[in-house]
Write a protein that binds this ligand. Sequence first.
Ligand code: SF4
Length: 180
Amino acid sequence: MIQNSQSTPHKEDIRNLAFEELGRYLESIGEKKFRAEQILNWIYQKGVWSFSDIKNFPAELRKHLDQKFDLKQNLIYKKEISVDGTTKFLFDLLDKEKIESVLIPTETRTTACISTQAGCKFGCKFCASGIGGWSRNLSCAEIVTQVLHVREESLKHARPLSNIVFMGTGEPLNTVSLRR
Ligand code: SF4
């Protein structure tokens, strides 16, 4: 088990903010709106897990962002790697819900398979996801953080992600039932 420090509950995860929301917040504290694009580039292109790694920001702004927002990694509870390189992550969320993400490398593509919900209400007998029932939908931050972790793993093998698949545990069946 790889232990990472947990988030402080009262801090909002910055990855839950839409681009425009982040821009508005930055303006409200006297910063230029373009900082929002810079922050997203550092998070999603450069893959930083800490505001202190945003090297081109003044120290005061980095400190402010760190006090205001969360930008931590999920807790990786378990990681399993198959002989073909398929890698399964089991993540522990802040409320102790567990979710899975999978990196699937093939000859033609590298796919990240990402959870969008914790648990599943359908309880199919053959499937572990339904054992504990459905708990909740995941936040935007919880979803994109999975992508960041899986991408980090794929880049260790010099394989940039080419596809992202959203696993909505039970969600397609849910849609069918709503149409009836
Ligand atoms: S609907 Fe899908 S995720 Fe849910 S219990 Fe059945 S097989 Fe598992």
